[in-house]
Design a protein around this ligand. Structure first.
Ligand code: AMP
Ligand code: MG
Length: 349
């Protein structure tokens, strides 16, 4: 299959530019498109055959459900069996935007889209191309990240092509995305809402709107396992091909520890790379040092993370040593993705 690339300027386009993409989606085929979080691989959420194509193109396990993207608030009650008051308040506050909410599903949503679950994940994205595409195609768009399963999520059309060229009919290239990490996911099906995946919309921001929310114990539990024992490969995700280790502690000690480990691996003839920050990039004695962004702006780190993880593969890095980040606000989402990329290999110094 030839993958067409449709270049669109997100700041200046007409809806006609989305005609071909809209037609492809209506026919039950797939289109990758930019959202404000990462690029999504879209298909008709109500068509089980379209969903099946998404799983196939990504090589995604069929029990990992897809997020359904809508463009209008009215669409939500067509998909969700029940919308709690707190969900309405979160939608008012954060939609359109990088927040996904889980609801009990209506029958029209096929289990092929929800990975066999009786619940459905819904998001209203804010990216102008995503919004226009949903409206033009006239469908609800099921869209997981447009990467091969297990690889870092795509934040540029080039990343999508790296993974899916020849497997899907079209990619809309709308340039780099703004946020660079997947949406925050909040489960609204229980009495007390629970964050299943941290993202740009933080716990603090959510609690300001609806009061206390839980964090899925699995998110925290996995982290504790990490230090205790070697993590299973099943947790590996967003991952570069090399073995990644995160080093946590006082900055000076982190730098010293990473330099030691780099020296040790280089002595064995291995290709080693360091993921540093603007503030520390000059401090490493390693030929491959990449800065993921500045600690002064967490947003720049979120936006640069997946690109850097993919670059590690291009560099042929066999061992990757990365600095760690504070786990509050956006840092929680950043560290969640980094820990998965590192298969929870974390060293404290
Ligand atoms: P992706 O868009 O690739 O980040 O994948 C969608 C994410 O949403 C995955 O982590 C899914 O496990 C999660 N998700 C989608 N639907 C549900 C659901 N009904 N319940 C819980 N998690 C979900
Ligand atoms: Mg994904």
């Amino acid at each position: 299959m030839n993958t067409a690339i449709c270049r669109i300027d997100p700041e200046n386009f007409s809806d006609e530019e989305l005609n071909t993409a809209g037609d492809i989606l209506q026919k039950g085929e797939l289109v990758a498109f930019p959202t404000e979080t990462v690029y999504g691989l879209g298909g008709n959420a109500l068509d089980p055959r379209a969903s099946a194509k998404i799983y196939q193109a990504k090589g995604r396990p069929s029990d990992n459900p897809l997020i359904v993207h809508i463009s209008e608030m009215e669409d939500l009650c067509r998909l969700a069996a029940f919308v709690p008051e707190k969900a309405k308040r979160l939608a008012d506050a954060f939609w359109p935007g990088p927040l996904t909410m889980i609801f009990r599903k209506k029958d029209i949503v096929p289990e092929a889209t929800t990975g066999g679950l009786s619940t459905v994940a819904v998001r209203m994205p804010s990216h102008p191309i995503a919004r226009a595409l949903i409206r033009r195609s006239g469908i609800y768009i099921a869209a997981p990240s447009a990467n091969s399963s297990g690889r870092p999520s795509p934040t540029k059309a080039e990343h999508v092509l790296e993974d899916l060229q020849g497997k899907i009919p079209m990619v809309i290239d709308g340039g780099g995305v703004g946020i660079g990490l997947e949406s925050t996911i909040v489960d609204m099906t229980e009495g007390s809402p629970s964050i299943l995946r941290p993202g740009y919309i933080t716990k603090e921001m959510i609690e300001r709107e609806i009061g206390e929310v839980q964090i899925d114990p699995a998110l925290l539990a996995m982290k504790e396992n990490v230090v205790a024992r070697a993590p299973g490969m099943k947790y590996r995700h967003y991952a570069p091909k090399g073995q990644m280790t995160i080093v946590e502690g006082d900055t000076e000690r982190v730098i010293a520890a990473i330099n030691d480990m780099v020296r040790e691996k280089q002595a064995l003839g291995c290709c080693v790379a360091v993921i540093a920050t603007e503030e520390t990039r000059e401090c490493y004695q390693c030929s491959l040092v990449r800065s993921v962004g500045s600690r002064k702006t967490e947003g720049s780190i979120a936006a640069g993370l997946y690109d850097i993880l993919r670059e590690m593969d291009h560099l042929g890095a066999e061992f990757i040593f990365a600095e760690s980040f504070r786990e509050d606000r956006l840092g929680q989402a950043i560290m969640n993705r980094m820990l998965k990329a590192a298969a929870y290999r974390l060293i404290q110094v």
